[in-house]
Design a protein around this ligand. Structure first.
Ligand SMILES: Nc1ncnc2c1ncn2[C@@H]1O[C@H](COP(=O)(O)OP(=O)(O)OP(=O)(O)O)[C@@H](O)[C@H]1O
Ligand SMILES: [Mg+2]
Length: 251
């Protein structure tokens, strides 16, 4: 399944042509690296795909409903919340559903409802439907997912009630990554995610990305990391004073 298609894309900054004739296709399960020298336009292309900046020519085709998650180069999570509460914000919908389930349970225990067969059946049906949806969306799983991601990103020994504002830059970067992974977007876009990661976190991330259910698009200068994770490499390279795209096929 094609998740994203880019044709003839171009981008100017002022009078300078930064990207021209970019062509890229992302299919489900693809593990794509975007490489090129410093200033080649890798981050610019990712920002365009993520919808953060505009482009000047060409087209981006994305089927309705396909979700994109993007982590910019050198960004950390800025938040007033604690580690745990911030991770919970990814699951607001599920938490709301959980409250609704509790509310329906309380309703079913009310004498005026359970003594009225018709009304009771109606509430029970609503409860069943909501329960199935809650389960399917991972309602019984999300807290374990948060723990697992925090563990992988070396927060196992942390008190999860620590305010994020008190953490270091590197820790904030890892949390930004963690939050994005928990969102599980169809296309996961990471701009140099391995900067400031230690060996243990790196190898956890490698494994996580290898088994990721969606597609992954990564910019990284870390060849060793890319070798472990990607199966397709696009290089942005300069010819005729323009940056265009070359596909490097991996063996
Ligand atoms: N907001 C901007 N305004 C003007 N020029 C910009 C802007 N952002 C980037 N550029 C220029 O566009 C070109 C591409 O930048 P970009 O950040 O996309 O490169 P990159 O491939 O990600 O580089 P790096 O490997 O250093 O991260 C560079 O020449 C850069 O100076
Ligand atoms: Mg960049």
């Amino acid at each position: 399944m094609i998740l994203l298609q880019i044709n003839q894309l171009s981008k100017y900054y002022g009078a300078e042509l930064i990207l021209s004739n970019m062509k890229l296709e992302v299919q489900n399960k693809d593990r794509i690296a975007l490489v090129g020298r410093n200033g080649a336009g890798k981050s610019t292309l990712l920002k365009i795909i993520a919808g953060q900046i505009s482009h000047d020519g060409g087209e981006i085709i994305k089927p309705k409903g396909i979700t994109i998650g993007y982590m910019a180069q050198d960004t950390g999570l800025e938040s007033e919340l604690t580690i745990w509460d911030e991770m919970l914000t990814v699951f607001t919908d599920l938490i709301e559903q959980e409250k609704e389930l509790r509310r329906l349970e309380a309703d079913m225990a009310r004498p005026d409802i359970f003594e009225n067969e018709t009304i009771y059946q109606k509430v029970l049906n609503e409860y069943d439907t909501l329960m199935v949806a809650f389960k399917e969306k991972g309602g019984y799983q999300y807290e374990a997912d948060i723990r697992s991601v925090l563990h992988g990103l070396q927060f196992a020994d942390f008190d999860y009630s620590t305010p994020i504002s008190t953490l270091s830059g590197g820790q904030k970067t890892r949390l930004a990554l963690g939050k994005l992974l928990l969102r599980k977007p169809d296309i996961l876009i990471l701009d140099e995610p391995t900067n400031h990661l230690d060996i243990e976190t790196l190898s956890w991330l490698e494994q996580y990305l290898q088994s990721y259910q969606g597609a992954v698009l990564i910019v990284s200068h870390d060849r060793y990391f890319l070798d472990k994770v990607v199966n397709l490499v696009y290089e942005i390279s300069r010819n005729n004073m323009k940056n265009t795209m070359v596909i490097i096929v991996l063996i």
